[in-house]
Ligand binder design. Sequence first.
Ligand code: GLN
Length: 478
Amino acid sequence: MSDLALQIAADVRAGRRSAREVVEESLSLIATGDDIHAFLEVLADEALARADAIDRSVADGEDPGPLAGVPIALKDNLCTRGIPTTCSSRILAGWRPPYDATVVERLRDAGAVLVGKTNMDEFAMGSSTENSCSGPTLNPRDRGRVPGGSSGGSAASVAAGFVPLALGSDTGGSIRQPAALCGVVGVKPTYGLVSRYGLVAFASSLDQIGPLGASVADAALCLEVIAGHDARDTTSLEGPVPDMLAAVERPVRGLRVGLVTELVEGTSPEVAARVRESAEALAGAGCAVEEVSIPQFRYGLSAYYLIAPAEASSNLARFDGVRYGLRVDASDAEAMNVATRTAGFGPEVKRRIMLGTYALSAGYYDEYYAKAQRVRRWVANGFADAYAKFDALLGATTPTTAFALGEHSEDPLAMYRSDTCTVPANLSGDPAMSVPFGTDAGGLPVGVQVFAPALGEDVMFALAGALERSAPTKEPPR
Ligand code: GLN
């Protein structure tokens, strides 16, 4: 599946290659290679039936769409009608959603073939995919290491070559961080660009769905397909979707790029070195690159770890043993709620619910939640000030390359710190993406992060394209 999505779609639309052949190849790679546990569920029969339908429509002279025959993996917090959607949580065991997420509908309408649901941190809470009730996903580039999280299964499925594209969700970095750690491209769009209808909510004011892909152009194509207004999500933006695929080839000469001090300092020496090299590469391509300090970025993490758990504690109240999945029976309704939630949620989810409930409780609300909201605004102001001088910003995606399995399991704060570089863009709602740019001495991928103002995805993709063209050559997965 080393072919790019763009290539597959072009070949299938022109009848040069059948969707069945493409999908069979993807399914056989998964069947033989998924000892890394990227998938929770593989939809072989559905995928082959869908591929045959696409081939028939090509034979009938119809155009199945821009993603014709492209195998795609979906993070398991995206609702798929009649297909288990577990969020890697015991509490959703056996639940089959009665509807598809908007992104799922849009992918199908564009001719994509859904081949499976991917592993994740339970309810998207985590940075390593170790908080999954069915065990961790391994990093395909080094099986002793984590793939990042929470969309670790999606990132690993692309990095392993099982699928050219996958969808993830990003509340505090869950698309960009695993993309960086696995050496693939990951995009968090502008808040509201992609409909959240059918995404199981973690922190609704921060959540966005976005693509992970083997190339910048593939990610742009996928985002163009899933973006755009949806009346079923009240936070969905109206108006035109930025031109992204065309922007990938656009010249970047003359763009003003700010290299964010806070996203270089505090990262490991090798990550910092790659980020500086990526800044030089953009300067070499004609950008005006200058360093800029955004001191607010130092406080993003603290605000995020109050706001995200606060919203989660409210969103997760719906898992009560009545409406979805697991029920542990007890003498009365309240005891049943308690028994179900005690058995159904893992330790990190319980920690978040307690943190969030505390931050929202009377007497602490002003001190924690309200203060975190002010810091959120202040971080957004930091971006706005920088965008008065720069067209885009650049920095590390993660403080380090992929860490070892178990390395942060006993220390939640160490795990939270791996989100330092990604949370600011969730707090502001602006778009950001991670692009692979070289490796550390051990061959582990480094990701650099490109930021742009709201709905500035075209500028972001132009710079990402330039980075991809100038990146040191990629090591094949081990
Ligand atoms: N790692 C962060 C957290 O645990 C972000 C998760 C996400 O983006 N879904 O909250």
